[in-house]
Write a protein that binds this ligand. Sequence first.
Ligand code: C5P
Length: 404
Amino acid sequence: MATAELAGKHLVLGMTGGIACYKIAELTRLLTKAGATVQVVMTEAATQFITPVTMQALSGRPVYTSQWDGRVPNNMAHIDLSREADAIVIAPASTDFLAKLAHGMADDLLSTLCVARDCPLLVVPAMNRQMWQNPATQRNVTQLRADGLQVLGPDSGPQACGEVGDGRMLEAAATYEAIASFFSPKILAGRRVLLTAGPTFEPLDPVRGITNRSSGKMGFALARAAQQAGAEVHLVAGPVALETPWGVFREDVQTAQQMHDAVMRSVADADIFIGVAAVADWRADHASEHKIKKTAERTLPTFTFVENPDILATVAKLPHPPFAVGFAAESGDLEVHGEEKRARKNVPLLIGNLGPLTFGLDDNEVILFEASGATKLPRADKQTLARTLIAEIAKRLPEPSPIR
Ligand code: C5P
């Protein structure tokens, strides 16, 4: 979990009545762990779902529920509590509270705080699907967006009422990501980023195949960092066991050929292409249609292999290529092979993993190879490194061209 975006931020976390209140316990923990201070304010209804004691213990600060709270010396809790806030986050935001916000109502502490604020307001709706789809709710949400509020979610899926549909609150981790994203500098605003990540899987028969040890962590971390930097992100992922970063469009593929085809379908729209995937260099010429059985004579199967397309090199050869970035994982002599590989693939920037292969690990140390020379970056966890790499890529981008 990344911390840099939220360290030192002061958030007012406003809770309204809804079963999703249970998610806010975890959200508070994630926010405080990331170095944010969290001032919880609850409506009367929220206290029916989770106690202020729980929220006080998790946030480490007294919880406010009433406008008439005698603990605020000047009796102006509605002004005081949000004065130092970097943002107010309403989670869960009930149907009723969205309606109140849309109409500027101020009849309890939390709604008054929102009207009296001079900081950004983020709302995380949570409700039954019919309440969410109700035209009045949709009107209110449209109004809130027009008023400049950030509406995070909602999610879709099974609901506490037993129904399935839109309206459930984002999970705590996704809400955290969305808040972190809000605070990240938008150095890639308006840019479209296409990435590949993970391994590919090349079948030999319906149950067996060739793959590699890429976990996809670095590619997913870069997708997340690019999204947080304001880019529209399309992630083409091989078979990995990772959650899609919040706000990222993900397309799953298995083979190198499928990855190539997915990239070629979308690359014309991309300003940046980052090939992080560990693409298999070869595939079986003819994968068996049926599972290959052991024979009584124990004859071993033989395969002939054909080369897979080089996705990165193909992208770099396009007449109007996006800013193309490659990755290189070598088991030795990176300094020698890195620049050679960059020049061969004809990309402006190639990122080489330094030291032993780091598949699956959380830390990484890299060298940037470009025509002007090589630059080593300090060892860091993959998420921190991803943010640094996105900043390095952003610095090197040409101005957007009017023909693209
Ligand atoms: O040649 P090598 O596999 O070491 O190059 C690594 C870089 O090339 C990575 O950016 C990888 O995503 C990309 N690549 C590719 N298609 C291939 C092989 C590698 O896009 N078939």
